[in-house]
Structures are given as C-alpha cells and as structure tokens.
Ligand binder design. Structure first.
Ligand SMILES: [Zn+2]
Ligand SMILES: [Zn+2]
Length: 141
C-alpha cells in the first residue's frame, strides 16, 4: 500500500497517510483564494482511518455557503494549513496537495467554483476531467 507524508512548512505538523485518496479536487472559491494566498486550492480527501496525525495544530472554523462548518487545521508555528474536516464529509480528512511536496501526486479530477476561477488558471485542455460548477452539476468539456 502507498504511504504518503504531508507536512507544514516547518515540519512539526505531519500526516502519514496509507492508501489512495477517495477524491482529488481543485477549488476556485474566493474563500480558498484568501486562505491559501494562491488563486485556487488543491486538495485530496482521505478516510480518517487512513491518516496518522503528528504534531500540534491550531484550528479555525468557517461556515461554508452550504451552512456546514469546515474546520481548518494549521501549524501554529509556520501557519501552513495542512488539513481540514467538513460537516458535509463526515469521516473524511481533506489534505492540501501542496503539503505533500510531491510533484508525482495524482492530478485533480474535479474542479469546483469555476465561476470565480481566474481566467488564466486553467488546466491543460487535453486533461480528461469532469468539471463542476460549485458542488454538483457536472459538465464535460
Ligand atoms: Zn509548521
Ligand atoms: Zn474553496
């Protein structure tokens, strides 16, 4: 089974993850843009039992447009948001792909909140993706 490691910038907050992600997505919403400082967020979802947590995390809760609460876990020393949990996805741990620091990590297959995507931030046109506006309503391009 594949074992992957995700960590914050300073390394004290560290996840060890067994097996593959159940969902890998890109989010273009404005809240993710503010949280990451990047123009979109990339994340992989795992079942909680796949994940071993090491180190200290501080938390911040945000209520999503769906009214469910998302709890972000970030390193209190360096500030990297490594993972989060959402009431919409009980039993799942969602990990920021960048924190794996692994260019061979599988690509996202779902893209959400396309309406607030920066026009230059597009995936290659030959990428066989199902794209989604907000949550749900998939359409193929
Ligand atoms: Zn850190
Ligand atoms: Zn978002």
């Amino acid at each position: 089974m594949t074992t992957r490691h995700a960590a914050c910038s300073c390394g004290q907050l560290h996840l060890t993850i067994e097996g593959e992600s159940v969902r890998i997505s890109t989010c273009h919403c404005l809240a993710c843009q503010r949280r990451t400082g990047a123009v979109f967020s990339n994340q992989a979802s795992f079942r909680r039992e796949q994940v071993t947590f090491t180190g200290k995390a501080a938390t911040w809760n945000r209520t999503a447009e769906s009214a469910s609460v998302v709890t972000f876990n970030f390193c209190p020393t360096c500030g990297s948001t490594v993972y989060w949990e959402s009431e919409s996805f009980p039993g799942r741990v969602i990990v920021a792909i960048g924190n794996f620091a692994d260019p061979s990590f599988p690509a996202p297959t779902v893209s959400v909140w396309e309406e607030s995507r920066h026009p230059w931030a597009s995936l290659p046109p030959d990428t066989p993706l199902t794209r989604t506006a907000k949550q749900g309503r998939p359409h193929h391009i």
